[in-house]
Design a protein around this ligand. Structure first.
Ligand SMILES: Nc1ncnc2c1ncn2[C@@H]1O[C@H](COP(=O)(O)OP(=O)(O)OP(=O)(O)O)[C@@H](O)[C@H]1O
Length: 247
């Protein structure tokens, strides 16, 4: 039986108040099956980052329920939520967000140290080996290419063996070759290790690596494509969506 690692039910997210009030999510219900790769797409301002932040417990929605690994986030206090984020959720950002003064291995080991489980050189080295960077363990971020830095960031996201990895535009700062390397890596984590991955992207070629593409518009889920998907099919659906009047 398939289990859902993350569920979102009736999510509403609102920023500001009065005439500056913006409804960023307007009743989103969906789930992310364990061991699957989902891409979240949609026009700028459609609510993609807000969805990711709410699903990852970085923002609290105004209404609705998020569960991660069977735990309702709205029932957690700030300390328990921080612990759950640290132990059960991996993050990958467009800007890599590595600590410049630490080596690749030290960056990867950081979540383990914060979780009181480290430092374990073996675990950090194994995580770097899994992303093909065992020989770069002692390099600092400035000594690595963008693609290598993002692979270190992925190794860091995996260090605590999270239930889910959320990636916000992970290839946004990379050239095409490095992008495909990072996407193949994410795909391999899903296929080879049953990792659950949820990725926000603007790029149909990146979304083509996913099993499922969710399309958001004006804070609502307006379509869902399931794979195998080609870049062309995804790009065509996005173009159609842009031409449709929003309701
Ligand atoms: N901190 C904030 N304060 C006020 N409004 C916000 C804030 N963050 C986001 N919004 C608004 O919420 C809506 C959804 O924003 P969000 O960043 O989730 O969209 P997005 O689809 O990720 O956009 P992009 O593709 O441009 O990154 C937008 O209208 C945005 O202007």
């Amino acid at each position: 039986m398939t289990t859902q690692t993350v569920t979102l039910t009736g999510l509403r997210a609102v920023y500001g108040s009065g005439n500056r009030r913006v409804t960023a999510l307007d009743g989103v219900t969906t789930g992310f099956d364990s061991g699957t790769f989902t891409a979240v797409m949609g026009p700028s301002g459609s609510g993609k980052s807000t969805l990711l932040h709410c699903a990852a417990g970085l923002d609290r929605p105004a209404e609705g329920v998020v569960t991660v690994d069977g735990v309702r986030l709205d029932r957690l206090g700030e300390d328990d939520l921080t612990r759950l984020r640290r132990d059960r959720i991996g993050f990958v950002f467009q800007a890599f967000n590595l600590i410049s003064t630490l080596t690749a291995a030290q960056n990867v080991a950081l979540p383990l140290r914060l979780a009181g489980r480290g430092p374990s050189d073996d675990e950090a080295t194994a995580a770097l080996a899994a992303v093909g960077l065992a020989d770069r363990a002692r390099h600092r971020p400035s000594e690595l290419s963008g693609g290598e830095q993002q692979r270190v960031a992925i190794a860091r996201a995996l260090a605590t063996r999270p239930a889910v990895v959320f990636a916000d535009e992970p290839t946004g700062a990379l050239d095409s070759t490095a992008s495909h390397q990072v996407l193949r890596l994410l795909r391999g984590l899903v296929d080879g290790h049953g990792q659950t991955v949820v990725m926000v992207t603007h790029d149909p070629a990146a979304a083509a690596y996913a099993d499922r593409v969710l399309l958001l518009a004006d804070g609502r889920l307006v379509d869902e494509l399931t794979g195998p998907l080609t870049t062309g099919e995804i790009a065509a659906r996005i173009t159609d969506l842009a031409a449709e009047p929003s309701c």
